[in-house]
Design a protein around this ligand. Sequence first.
Ligand code: BG6
Ligand code: GLC
Ligand code: GLC
Length: 941
Amino acid sequence: MSARQEDPMGGEVPPGQLPASPCQGWAGSTQSSIQDRNFTVQMQNTLQPLCLSLEKLQQVKVRMLEAIELGLSRRTHAQATVRMQPAFIRSTPDGTERGDFLVVELGDPDLRVLLVRLTGDEHQTVTPVKDQRFPVPKELTQGPGEKLFAFMARCLCEFLDGLGTVQKTFQLGFSFPFPCRQTQLDQSYLLGWTKNIQCSDVEGRDVAQLLQDAIQKQQDRYSIDVLAVVNDTVGTMMGCEPRAEPCEIGLVVDAGTNSCFMAEARHVELVEETGGRMAVVSEWGAFGDDGTLNDLLSDFDRLVDQESLNPGKQRFEKLISSLYLGEIVRHALVQLTKQGGLFNTHTSPSPALKQEALCTQDVLKITDEQGGLATAQRVLRDLGLEASDQDCFIVQQVCSAVCTRAAGLCAAGLAAILSYMCRSRELARLKTSVAVDGVMFRDQTKFSRTLQQRVKQLAPECEVTLVPAKDGGGRGVAMVTAVASRLAAQRQQIGRILAPLKLTLDDLRKVQALLRREMELGLRKETHATSSVRMLPTYVRATPDGSERGDFLALDLGGTNFRVLLVQVGSREQGGVQIVSEVYSIPPEVTQGPGSELFDHIVTCIVDFQSKQGMVGQTLPLGFTFSFPCQQMSLDQGILLSWTKGFSASDCVGKDVVQLLREAVQRKQHFTLDVVAIVNDTVGTMMSCGYDDPRCEVGLIVGTGTNACYMEELRHVGTVAGEEGRMCINMEWGAFGDNGCLDAVFTPFDRQVDEVSLNPGKQRFEKLISGMYLGEIVRRILLHLTDKGLLFRGRPSPKLQTPDIFQTKFLSAIESDGLALRQVCGILEELGLHVTCDDSLVVREVCQVVALRAAQLCGAGVAAVVEKIRENRGLKQLSVTVGVDGTLYKLHPHFAQNMQATVQQLAPRCSVTFLQSEDGSGKGAALIAAVACRVASHQRA
Ligand code: BG6
Ligand code: GLC
Ligand code: GLC
């Protein structure tokens, strides 16, 4: 203790003398009335530990500030005593909240139920339509939690019955004044009971859900949605009447004590918000549980703690709140009685001073300034204690000391919060209202006065007005519930907008069956023209067998990149296939300009590659991966049927691509090429993977575009002569649905994306699945959500008007597992989209829905293919490998998994392995070229 005692109002009392007010206040006439000098010393010794100097309170403030920072930091939060729990409230009410809301406040001894009407008008009138208290039976506060929640649900129904209304549906806010880990407005897990409740089976559980379940068990009499759980401090803060300065702090000193305030979200590391503010519940009652306050605990405090329901816990609370003040006083009186002199005759404490004999209400009455000694005497008499004037005076001093200390400590805590807010907002001065509630503030002008004076001394940079809560936290809880209700309505609206993009298993089965039908039509000569999938023969009759040899040049055109490759195929012992390659970009003006320029560009790249590889003058056989639909009559000829994806070069459709390449070579002097095979990328991929896995008989691309090929029985291929053996069919499934057969699946967003594409009405299946379009679908949905006021606060975002801002790599990044919300915000910020955390959650959800649908549709496609192979071969069970390539498949964190899950569901009799292509399809093109060369040399021989 400091050597000098201080009067809370600022005056100082010299050591050794009796102080001049409460903790201190026994001067003047009464001093002379204390006869026994010894007892006076004992008295002083008893009271001294209860008197905290300003200096000591200053220290408490500093320690509280440290504890606040430990509680806010992610690194130290778990060990922190002051846990600083985020409350998921981002702004104080703006007065527009409206509607009728049910509020339940769990208290001890009463449970309170109210129906509150928010008018949402200019002055935000709040009418408690009805307000009822239900005493909570003592046995329920320490029995099974289920019973306590059942009691709450019963009280609710009784309350509603009493309303006599026909209304059966209500939205409810739950004021639950215990430490919780909140994860969203309607999800709050109890960390541990405090105060006088200790029910089993509640800790660690979501109390919103427990209440919701209990309500449901009330035979469905009412339909009540628990929309928000709030701490009583938050209810208090949010219910503060609108005034000139904002009310950004809530303070409760009741059975327990606690506070909340609006913190800068970026400092609340437990949540991922970075912008704006977030309400944080300090749970400062537990301050000191690590021993931080040990130096100022008195023996009485230790006894009170030991006898409590939670020894060692809530040490700060036990110095301040009403549940404990009576007990502190009682222990002090017991000690004074034992020392003789108090209550005259007794040196053993009167049985009237048994545990819990004195409650805080008594303490408050005894210290009542107006009542004087007479009130003290009456209260003590009611307790069975005959007290002389001197007894009364002494008891008054003890009570005052305990209350003054409580107010001083509370002020130290509040000053810490104020200084923290001031500092974290980089303000020189802070002006704010503090909404206060609890028995210590009701009619206790003295507690408020001392508190306010101390705060002024401890946080001189802050100007504070204490605003007593009008009707408990009920009004504030209703406000929070109103916000939750608005959010829930928005969620529903978003759900409705996204619903058409969510496909059921049944929908997917239909897609699978439709594709199967289209495949049959496309294979048969007579019906070929009516099918949307072209089922193009490739003249590739077998997958690699390892006997392929030689050095080849390969071109790989049509995906994200254009590549030129040197592929050296040796025996497996020699190391198999060696590849050297170079990537070249092809600018859009070339992919969409005159065809001759496109092929000239390709030749230029080849010349560059050859000179880099020191191959000038060499003419190696060439395999050309050309990822567009081509009608082939042989391996080395392919008539371009149409451009797809981002290509639309003129004068190419209807022409043999190999011929176009040869013509470009001719335009270049002193240069020759030997094109022996043209292959689709799916075929190149299948061959490339087939080199490593002989069971690979399907090729799949999910990249810029999407497509598949597979080994079909030649007898089924009506467009090629011959019955024996198999041939690889390039399905060109991207065009599936171009005849209208998939119309039921398309949403307005898909139609918009199709309409502005290079090829409207074409490649409809591809436009639901592949990387080139998914980002655009997402963008269209986001635009719509913004239009509806469900995103970006309804304000148009010019950046979102930019076509193609969401590329595949964006979709992949935003859905990455374990990506913190602040990283999602970061990605969106990089794109120039200024988002709140709620916005970024919505954006992520949209990406997820769109990508999931794509994966599932692709899975339905693969299921149709493998089932056909199985049936072709009359097998009960098929084991097959699918070679896969494409950036969406490779980069997206969930695409592969979601697609595979669908295949498993739709083709349960096929065991399908997916093998990701390592080397791209150029390797496959070279292998096909190798076979072609071998065949040609046999023919020559
Ligand atoms: C590459 C193949 O790995 O993937 C190409 O070599 C193919 O032939 C491409 O076209 C497909 O993916 P994306 O994402 O580049 O279109
Ligand atoms: C206890 C609870 C806290 C509550 C306070 C006031 O400290 O832990 O959540 O706010 O009492 O009721
Ligand atoms: C497009 C092309 C197709 C190619 C696919 C994947 O759908 O039409 O030939 O296989 O994209 O790149």
